[in-house]
Design a protein around this ligand. Structure first.
Ligand code: SF4
Length: 250
């Protein structure tokens, strides 16, 4: 049994499609650039940097002012983006409208972001390392902790919120193991449609999350031993970088 590194993204990959997990986590194949993912990176960068300003300056105007310089830096790091974008104005306007939605959902001038892009990690077992990057983790003066994740897409349909919250429960578990403090609130902020998904995790929820992670790790070890990665075709295939080589589409 080899040592396994898991993050919420890789767990999600395996649950959505074991073959996709193999392409990403084991074969480490390159993927086509996704404009949606790059737009998400740009908006995340602006929301991260917004909290460098003093509270009174954390306004929509400041966020919009940050956009062009952060975009130039991103283009410098990923020059291939230039050829994918037909109108830079439209691209920045769309990012700006996602930022506008953010200001309908939170008032960043009223609180401090204690941690941004914090890396949490732990050895869940001797062979299982778990980690993740949290967009924002706020510790209130009372000591209460909330964990925030920004999404540039739309909120899940009714009935699918639990699946979406799994990622934040993993972060809550990591924080609980590190600090011995159970986060009070988990919050997903959907900038695509201006909705929030919130949850207050209990100790029982985090115990269940840990059991799920161990069960998924066992399934991955079993798939590795048998070299058996079942493709699981779904709507996701239309966005999958590996459709051309996937056995399910031959
Ligand atoms: S194309 Fe579909 S079935 Fe194949 S790896 Fe991608 S998500 Fe899985």
């Amino acid at each position: 049994m080899n040592e396994l590194r898991l993050s919420p993204s890789r767990v999600n990959d395996f649950q959505n499609c074991p073959q996709l997990y193999k392409y990403r986590a084991i074969d480490k194949l390159a993927e086509k650039p996704s404009l949606d993912a790059h737009r998400g990176t740009l908006v995340h960068t602006v929301l991260h940097d917004l909290f460098d300003s003093p509270p009174a300056k954390r306004t929509l105007e400041t966020a919009i002012e940050l956009l062009p310089s952060r975009w130039v830096t991103q283009l410098h790091e990923s020059p291939e983006l230039q050829g994918l974008i037909t109108s830079e104005k439209e691209w920045l306007d769309r990012a700006g409208s996602l930022l506008e939605t953010y200001f309908h959902l939170e008032k960043p001038e009223t609180f401090e972001a204690t941690h941004r892009e914090i890396h949490l990690e732990c050895d869940l077992t001797e062979k299982l390392y778990l980690h993740g990057y949290v967009d924002r983790l706020d510790v209130a003066p009372t000591g209460e902790v909330r964990i925030i994740d920004y999404k540039t897409g739309k909120a899940p349909k009714p009935g699918w919120e639990e699946k979406a919250l799994f990622q934040l429960r993993v972060y809550a578990l990591l924080y609980w193991k590190r600090e011995g403090v159970l986060p009070k609130l988990l919050q997903l902020i959907y900038l695509g449609d201006g909705k929030l998904v919130k949850n207050s995790p209990t100790q029982k929820d985090l115990d269940a999350t840990e059991s799920t992670l161990i069960s998924i790790a066992e399934q991955i070890w079993s798939a590795t031993d048998k070299d058996d990665w079942k493709p699981k075709p779904s709507r996701l295939c239309d966005w999958c970088s590996f459709k051309d080589i996937c056995p399910a589409h031959q």
